[in-house]
Design a protein around this ligand. Structure first.
Ligand code: PMP
Length: 277
């Protein structure tokens, strides 16, 4: 394994040197939350928003974490990496129990783990599969319990797709690891936030720029059929940025690659957050 700079419970070391207990609740129950924090040209994109969401994820699950300590560890991982472009994965779990039990002990010590890796933020086009959203009802919490996403995304991988777009009762929710935007009758649309959707930070940053630039925009509830009639579709995330969908498999659609409205969104996003790059 190549060297990956990591931190576990406050100690910085190579990822291969970290030892974890099998009784960590991260291991037995996925009782943990996480963030992926991107940096570009050595500057962190929306650091405060990621920290705020980490805090919210912890408090939604009553995990009493020292978020200030975590923030410092994330910053230290980035500065010690000497990387220009990359991201930090950072996870906080409830800790190690004496025995596996759904009902956790009160005196657990929170466990934290993070690492930093290089990442290029090149735009990629995506082939997607539309599928049923089989996840739980609290997808607004950024928890590591992601089996619904994992099952759907590996089914998509077997069909040579790069991502999925999910729907619940025929209403579009989000991508497997991203939020969805599409253009319909020249208007930019995205599903409004709910407990079925992760409040993506890239989503929030892009919406702010769209509004600032006076572009036609709407958040709402949309049936899957809207995707098939859309002029352009793209997915957003901290590591993908804005990634156009160039194909929806097994479906007739009207996607126009490099649609003018998508290109403008890409430009205003890059200008605001990636120094025009
Ligand atoms: N939805 C899901 C399910 C995700 O996993 C992600 C990526 N973490 C997103 C949306 C996008 O969130 P962000 O823009 O904060 O990376």
């Amino acid at each position: 394994m190549e060297n990956i700079c990591a931190v576990f419970n406050g100690e910085f070391k190579d990822i291969s040197e970290i030892k974890i207990s099998p009784l960590s609740r991260a291991y037995t129950f996925s009782d943990s939350v996480y963030e992926v924090i991107p940096f570009y040209n050595e500057s962190i994109i929306a650091f405060d928003k990621h920290i705020k969401r980490l805090k919210r994820s912890c408090s939604s699950l009553n995990i009493e974490a020292d978020i200030e300590k975590s923030s410092k560890e994330i910053l230290d991982l980035i500065s010690s990496s000497n990387l220009q472009n990359g991201y930090v994965y950072y996870q906080i779990s409830r800790g190690v129990d004496n025995l596996r039990s759904h009902m956790y002990s009160d005196d657990l010590e929170v466990e934290s783990f993070g690492y930093v890796v290089e990442h290029s933020f090149e735009s990629k086009n995506l082939k997607v599969l539309i599928c049923d959203d089989i996840r739980w009802k609290r997808c607004d919490i950024k928890s590591t319990s992601l089996l619904g996403n994992v099952m759907n995304m590996n089914n998509a991988k077997n069909k040579k797709c790069d991502e999925i777009i999910m729907h619940k009762n025929n209403e579009i929710t989000e991508g497997g690891a991203s939020n969805v935007f599409f253009v319909m009758n020249k208007k930019i649309c995205t599903p409004s936030l709910s407990s079925n959707i992760l409040p993506g930070i890239t989503r929030e940053l892009l919406i702010k720029e769209i509004k600032k630039n006076g572009m036609l925009f709407e958040e709402g509830r949309y049936p899957v059929e809207n995707l098939l009639g859309a002029e352009s579709i793209w997915l957003t995330s901290s590591t993908k940025g804005l990634a156009q969908v160039n194909e929806i498999i097994d479906q007739e659609n009207k996607i126009e690659l490099d649609n003018e409205i998508f290109k403008k969104c890409e430009r205003i996003f890059k200008d605001a957050f990636l120094g025009g790059g």
